[in-house]
Design a protein around this ligand. Structure first.
Ligand code: LLP
Length: 420
């Protein structure tokens, strides 16, 4: 469900025409819908209304302060993976006791910062990391409530670059080795093991990998309790997929039922870290057609957005829907076109052989489902300034990240001392 719809032939975000935003901020730009963010968050949270659950938005999906604040106002916590993300969550108004710190390699500085702020939980992913945390916590004279992230060796059936729960993946601690780690954790100063965490991958479109992983998790929790560990929280990660094309991922309600059936009887507080599900279809990237060029065997639409702005197609061969901001009339025939950016590599391709109505220079195109892992993964490759982000709320819109000037971009660089 999203709030980007044609009205009299022009695409609107809620009650604002995208053409108006384009005239105001220029292209390319990201545009997010508050109503869509809210409805995605509410659908997920309602699916768990009869379970004891807390939702931590995975900030990496979309770290814009205004997005985090929108969700924080609905009661969301934050799942962060760096000091930067932690600072963003705090700056956006997420209380420290609603923040969980995940990630495979936290530095001692990051641990010090997180413990100093009194965040809810740190998810530990290795024995040396646990020892480092014990050292930092002891030095600060605090007790860190932790989860061990376990690797259940379950294939999430997703793109191999975003599957995280198989033995060969770098994440977590082998589930069979976990009991020994909990025994060790319980003895370490400054460490209070209260939770178990897992996250088996992203963009899952089936419920069965979750079911397999959560079943293994439930068995582990029972075993840990037999060993005397008081496990009170389970962090089940994120990963629920969205429809980019013709996928039919499980709905939050079906996912919630799987959770209940597998770990519901353990009486733990449940933690979830959805990112894509909340933000993915709440955002689009709006770009302008620069030129249409007929190659020897195909037509190219060269647009002003590029792989540096949205790298998912280049990195994962990911599909994103592309539609014109001005709807073609019904009798217009579509042709096949490659939609490409201006960056100097062939990977800078948003879509190949995509059916689109005839385009001319100046036509606006909308790249859909770009609200998660779009702007957050952007770079300034080819010294292309990061594109602005616009948040719409009903008939209002606001620029929530401005386009940097070239001066801003050069500001962090300087000539070497010997260059004068
Ligand atoms: N929790 C942990 C520990 C994670 O590593 C992630 C995502 C999430 C939660 C949120 O997962 P989600 O609900 O969004 O699937 N750049 C890739 C996705 C990378 C996901 C990384 N971890 C993409 O564009 O598809």
């Amino acid at each position: 469900m999203n709030h980007f719809e044609y009205r009299e032939g022009v695409l609107w975000a809620e009650d604002v025409s995208l053409e108006l935003i384009a005239e105001t901020v220029g292209t390319p730009f990201y545009c997010y819908s508050t109503a869509t963010l809210v409805s995605h968050f509410q659908e997920f949270s309602e699916a768990f209304s009869n379970q004891d659950a807390l939702i931590f938005f995975a900030v990496k999906a979309n770290p814009n302060l205004a997005i985090i604040r929108t969700l924080a106002e609905l009661g969301a916590g934050a799942d962060v993976v760096s000091e930067g993300e932690l600072r963003r969550a705090l700056a956006a108004g997420v209380p420290a006791d609603k923040i969980v710190f995940s990630g495979v390699g936290k530095t001692e500085d990051e641990m010090t910062f997180a413990l100093g702020k009194g965040i809810l939980q740190i998810n530990v992913e290795s024995m040396p990391e646990l020892e480092a945390l014990s050292f930092v916590a002891s030095k600060l004279g605090v007790e860190a409530e932790i989860a061990i992230r376990v690797n259940p060796d379950v294939d999430a059936h997703t793109h191999h670059k975003i599957a995280t729960g198989r033995q060969e993946d770098k994440f977590g601690i082998d589930i069979d080795a976990a009991p020994a780690i909990y025994d060790r954790a319980a003895q370490l100063p400054g460490i209070k093991p209260v939770a178990v965490a897992m996250h088996i991958g992203s963009q899952l479109t089936e419920v069965s990998p979750f079911q397999a992983a959560f079943t293994r998790l439930a068995a582990l929790v029972s075993h840990l309790r037999e060993l005397g560990h008081k496990i009170v929280r389970l962090d089940l990660g994120g990963g629920l997929g969205i429809a980019y094309d013709d996928e039919t991922p499980p709905l939050p309600a079906e996912y919630a039922k799987t959770v209940k059936d597998t770990v519901g009887a353990l009486g733990c507080k449940l933690m979830f870290e959805p990112g894509r599900l909340i933000a993915g279809n709440a955002g689009i990237l709006v770009t302008k057609t620069l030129y249409v060029k007929d190659g020897a065997d195909r037509r190219f639409a060269i647009v002003d957005a590029a792989m540096n702005d949205l790298m998912r197609p280049a990195l994962y061969e990911a599909h994103h829907g592309i539609v014109p901001a001005r709807e073609a009339s019904e009798n217009v025939e579509c042709g096949l076109v490659d939609v490409v950016g201006p960056v100097c590599e062939t990977g800078d391709t948003f879509a190949r052989r995509r059916a689109l109505p005839p385009l001319v220079s100046g036509d606006l195109l909308v790249i859909q489902s770009a609200g998660a892992y779009g702007s957050s993964m952007a770079s300034m490759y080819n010294t292309r300034p990061l594109v602005p982000e616009v948040l719409v709320n009903g008939a209002k819109f606001s620029v929530v990240r401005t386009r940097p000037s070239y001066e801003d971009i050069f500001k962090l660089e300087k000539f070497a001392d010997w260059q004068g």
